[in-house]
Design a protein around this ligand. Sequence first.
Ligand code: GLC
Length: 669
Amino acid sequence: MNAINILSKSTMKLPSRVLSLRNASFLGLRYSFNPPCCEEKLTCKSKAILLIFNQNSQFHAYPSRFLGFQRILNNTQRLYCLPSSGFAQPRAVSRPYRVSVEARVASRVRDLSTSVETRVNDKNFERIFVQDGINVKPLVVERIDKDESIVGGDQVPLTEDENNVNNIRVGLEEGKAGISVEIDIEKEAWDLLRGAVVTYCGTPVGTVAANDPADKLPLNYDQVFIRDFLPSALAFLLKGEGEIVKNFLLHTLQLQSWEKTVDCYSPGQGLMPASFKVRTVPLDDNKFEEVLDPDFGESAIGRVAPVDSGLWWIILLRAYGKITGDYALQERVDVQTGIKLILNLCLADGFDMFPSLLVTDGSCMIDRRMGIHGHPLEIQALFYAALRCSREMLTVNDGSKNLVRAINNRLSALSFHIREYYWVDMKKINEIYRYKTEEYSLDAINKFNIYPEQIPSWLMDWIPGEGGYLLGNLQPAHMDFRFFTLGNLWSVVSSLGTPKQNEAILNLIEAKWDDIVGQMPLKICYPAVENEEWRIITGCDPKNTPWSYHNGGSWPTLLWQFTLACIKMGRLELAQKAVSLAEKRLAIDRWPEYYDTRAGKFIGKQSRLYQTWTIAGFLTSRLMLENPEMASLLFWEEDYELLEICVCALSKSGRKKCSRGAAKSQILV
Ligand code: GLC
């Protein structure tokens, strides 16, 4: 069946939701790296030419300029493409697809100059094939015990994956019961991690969020989450297995270009999905086809946009280059464009008065209402890290030099803002305690009009003499004094904090070990919100009850970021202590997503088991401790040049003193 045939037949079924493609990914740039899906019906010739195109193209362009065909989603959000040449209007097809580009199109593209505009309406770019079906290969995983196949009298025959996980579980139960079963935790973790690998058209592209065969209601935990994949990716990279990471980066890049809509409104083009799923769709003749099905928040609980996804993607792209030495990936034109699209979204001018990024509640790891709307530390720290990554990776030329300048300015302003206004230690609390309010002037000390009564009583007793931390959030008349672990750790890792602050953050964790680590590393935030505060802040969320889940629950996945921060600050003993705590329980408890209670004593109330980022976080921590030098590729030292940048007009006019200049001596050391 030829491509056009499929398309015209398929126009019969019109899907209910419409998404359109604003990206030039169909030019072949983004798919040519991964040809297996094209093998059945598309010729090898076209693949070869596409690869040549990849290497030679000087095609510097924003893909958004290549309009001309639409993608149509049906209610399972499948993506389809159709050529506009030959059709008067973009049309809908309701069959899954694989994109490739006709050979002669690719060879034409190869000859393009760097100018893009003149090509916008060139219909030849839009000839796209619908990919034929393939049979989906089952995952091949190593069995621990070949004879054990069904556990607990389950009547439903189990898949090979399920058997594998169950075999491991049986082994653990036996171990718990005192029967001497030597369990190599690391081996088990690797088996589970490999069992969580998701393939697309025969190649590995990510890992599912959780892989518990007993879970009959996985919701979206059977998807590949961008943020969850980070520790998996690092474990694979540190083990010398880069392919899955490269595939992940390129496939998610492809998804970035979708135009997504929630009730007819579209977020920005650079948005990366929170997660994606590989769906298998039956075709004629007992064949199957796989489709990538992303979720940008339009299906997510609360409909939150995952602001952190793009930032994690950039961070992973740099890590991939650093660890594998394959810098060619980040130099690719489509990858450079992907970075720019994310940055354009983050750096877009708005109403902001601050250099920090303004987001809604739940736009990061804490992906439901927890009172972190505004300028939460987690997003600021990841934003800072992503800006530092981008600065290293962007190819500087006429097309990117303004962006690079904007990045430098933002890095400088953001670090000043966070260092100066988010920092809390004993001294600072005492200052806030004595704040005057309602100060109207440029010289106000209490710039955000914080009423001292806001200092929570727990903090007065809790703050240690040694150490300090960065606030969870800062808004007009609002300081969120909760300690958020991920944001603080990434401030250390990215050097968003000053060297002294970074040291003090680890000192605080050490001093408050029982509260932040307890029996399972590490608390997502401290303390939990309770009673009336819980009602107001979470909206009475039964999952986020005090000391559970996002509300003071303990998340073992945070271990790898803690380990990284400790390695950076030369505190290996702290990381080792945390890893051995985790080691005692994780495998026995079946790798839970999170733990509950003040000390992290119980497996979380609604915690998933066999949670991939718990497993991968543990492995990555171990690998980094074994090879701290390799880990050092993943963090940043202070950048003294950045500290010098100040673009504010005050320094030029001489009318007023620049507040950054005045504060510099205290904060920037
Ligand atoms: C939960 C977490 C989120 C994670 C997802 C998949 O929603 O809050 O951070 O990405 O589960 O594991």
